[in-house]
Design a protein around this ligand. Structure first.
Ligand SMILES: C[S@@+](CC[C@H](N)C(=O)[O-])C[C@H]1O[C@@H](n2cnc3c(N)ncnc32)[C@H](O)[C@@H]1O
Length: 229
């Protein structure tokens, strides 16, 4: 199936509310467990000196879980959509856990370097979930993670995998509509068509001097890019 890009930022109020109100907790908990397992295997423990950055953080579901899992580390969620960031800030303020180690920044990932975001520490863990498919040109995503990474940075980026054909995409859309509302279902379908394939991500890393990053297929619906840049 040909890739059909979708708008990068999620800025429409209704779209943001639908996304925020949906329950994606099962996948989010899986992601945190996957990252934790990876860090354990590499003998990496995150503490006070460490900075965790969540790119394309949306309403902050993953950022909050990172902040709870690693309460002594600083967590920064970054998103280019003002609407998403104000939702994330609201969710943080109303969370019963204090989440003092979490803060948000509104910035397009393509502008992070030039915006000089006052990230005072080196990033130890650079995460994203469901961000890559929003990025029109893959080099913008990889240039960002390259510029934010240093010799200690562990990258872990998870996203949808583009279905093989339109029929499979429509089947996934139909499954989605059982659980989620129309706005979310349409967004999900657009996301599936905008996603990258394993081959596209893997080839990009091989052709752009990023072969220290690994790419794997996580079940039949997801892809993960991980490792050091
Ligand atoms: C599908 S949501 C995922 C949100 C969150 N990571 C999660 O898993 O719940 C994608 C988010 O990436 C943000 N985004 C897309 N392109 C971006 C860009 N170029 N710079 C910053 N944020 C971006 C969107 O605004 C949106 O909030």
């Amino acid at each position: 199936m040909e890739r059909i890009p979708e708008p990068e930022l999620m800025e429409e109020k209704e779209q943001v509310i639908s996304y925020d109100e949906a329950d994606f907790s099962e996948g989010e908990v899986n992601l945190i467990n996957q990252i934790n397992q990876y860090l354990l295997r590499k003998n990496i423990s995150l503490g006070e000196k460490d900075l965790i950055v969540d790119l394309g953080c949306g309403p902050g579901n993953i950022s909050e879980k990172l902040a709870i899992k690693w309460p002594n580390s600083e967590v920064v969620g970054i998103d280019g959509s003002k609407e998403m960031i104000s939702r994330a800030q609201y969710n943080k303020n109303t969370n019963k856990k204090k989440l003092k180690n979490l803060r948000y920044i509104c910035s397009d990932i393509k502008d992070i370097k030039s915006n000089n975001l006052l990230l005072k520490k080196k990033i130890s863990l650079l995460v994203s979930n469901s961000l890559i498919h929003h990025i029109t040109n893959l080099e913008d995503f990889f240039n960002t993670i390259r510029s934010l990474s240093n010799n200690i940075t562990v990258n872990f980026h998870k996203d949808l995998k583009r279905p093989l054909d339109e029929k499979s995409a429509l089947e996934l859309k139909a499954q989605c509509s059982i659980k989620y509302n129309e706005i979310l279902t349409n967004d999900y379908y657009a996301s599936l068509r905008a996603s990258y394939t394993f081959k596209e991500l893997k080839n990009f890393t091989l052709e752009n001097n990023l072969s220290s990053l690994d790419v794997f297929e996580d079940g039949d619906k997801y892809l993960v890019v991980y490792g050091k840049v």
